[in-house]
Design a binder for this molecule. Structure first.
Ligand code: NAD
Ligand code: SER
Length: 328
């Protein structure tokens, strides 16, 4: 089996996807890469600065530099790329030019290297690829997509670019429209759904959280173990079963900040939440669906979430309590 490369591997998803892939395929089969770690790197020498991170190979790769991607793909005989590197929605709205360069420029270069070396590519799209004119409830798999954020525009363009490389060059590109992801291993990277992670930390530390979204803002969410499993299952599915290769709607639960706070209150006595709405992130959230219809994923490759709001909340609090306990 050729090796797997993960870009943006030190982020919220990569921090759990890399261990999941290493458990499944072997530590030395999965090469983690990111632009963090080696602050001294410069373009020319960066790709040569490599280290084993204890569990498996790690290499510095800035995905806007095609040579850095190509060098690692060649050196490690990579056959599959999970391309996670990107700027998330709130950060992208602050730095739109950089968001375009990283989100689109990075993907384009990854696809070009994949074409050269016949690699399969996983791409994480988002509920952000939808916009205010998209049907809000049970958003269909194939529907109107007119996103109004730079993040959403890069995600929709990326879905189309992945489709193009599949049709035009026969590249095996696959992807999911991920909802907001909830996890305790690594912090979220600056998205609109980050409140749903921050709330757990603040509930345990202070029994209080000030939410930056309105109480009734309904969004799709998923617990990270479901998300990493979905990515791996999609990539392992026989290609002949897939009609929607690059942008499967997937969901596990759909809830508001008020509903999440109620659920946490069942486990954290006296937990209180107030609101200080951030107009930028509220506007982003208001342009996204309340819930998506993920029947295509269920039918084409057997997607089935294992975690719902109550079980996810229990597990998050349990694991964060263990972490806080071991830190004190
Ligand atoms: P994150 O912000 O936590 O991590 C992104 C990683 O990419 C960081 O470690 C960062 O250092 C790295 N990076 C940034 N610029 C880079 C570059 N030029 N070259 C290489 N690496 C670079 O993000 P995440 O939550 O892990 O998300 C990963 C992917 O999944 C993104 O494409 C994101 O849009 C998508 N996604 C995430 C969520 C979510 O809720 N976390 C939901 C939907 C889609
Ligand atoms: N969680 C992501 C964000 O808020 C959705 O893609 O940016």
């Amino acid at each position: 089996m050729r090796r797997i490369l993960v870009t943006g591997a030190l982020g919220q998803i990569g921090s759990e996807l890399v261990p999941a892939l290493r458990d499944r395929y072997g530590a030395d089969r999965v090469v983690a890469t990111d632009v963090r770690m080696h602050t001294f790197s410069t373009d020319g020498e960066a790709a040569d600065r490599e280290a084993a991170d204890g569990d498996g190979p790690f290499a510095y790769v800035d995905c806007v530099h095609i040579r850095q991607i190509a060098d690692v793909v060649q050196r490690y005989d990579v056959g599959t790329i999970y391309h996670l590197a990107a700027l998330l929605s709130a950060v992208a709205e602050e730095r739109p030019r950089e968001a375009w360069d990283v989100n689109m420029g990075g993907l384009y270069r990854v696809l070009e290297v994949a074409r050269e070396h016949a690699c399969a590519v996983f791409f994480p799209s988002s509920i952000g690829a939808f916009g205010p004119s998209t049907p809000r409830d049970q958003t269909p798999q194939d529907t109107i997509q007119r996103p109004t954020t730079i993040y959403g525009i890069t995600k929709l363009s990326a879905e189309l670019l992945c489709d193009y490389y599949a049709q035009r060059f026969g590249l095996d590109t696959r992807g999911l429209r991920l909802p907001g992801l909830i996890s305790y291993v690594a912090p979220p990277g600056g998205g609109t759904t980050d409140y749903a992670v921050q709330i757990f930390h603040q509930a345990l530390r202070y029994q209080h959280y000030t939410c930056f979204l309105r109480a009734d803002t309904c969004l799709d969410m998923m617990y990270m173990p479901d998300a990493t499993r979905a990515m791996i299952e999609l990539m392992e599915t026989d290609a002949s079963r897939l009609l929607h290769r690059n942008a499967f709607n997937v969901s596990a639960a759909s809830f508001t900040p008020a509903q999440l706070a109620d659920e946490i209150r069942l486990h954290v006595e006296g937990f209180a939440m107030d609101y200080d709405v951030d107009p930028v992130r509220q506007k982003i959230a208001d342009s996204w669906p309340d819930s998506v219809d993920d029947r295509a994923a269920r039918e084409e490759w057997g997607w089935e979430p294992e975690w719902d709001l109550p079980s996810m909340t229990r597990d998050m609090l349990h694991n964060l309590r263990l972490r806080l306990g071991s830190a004190s």
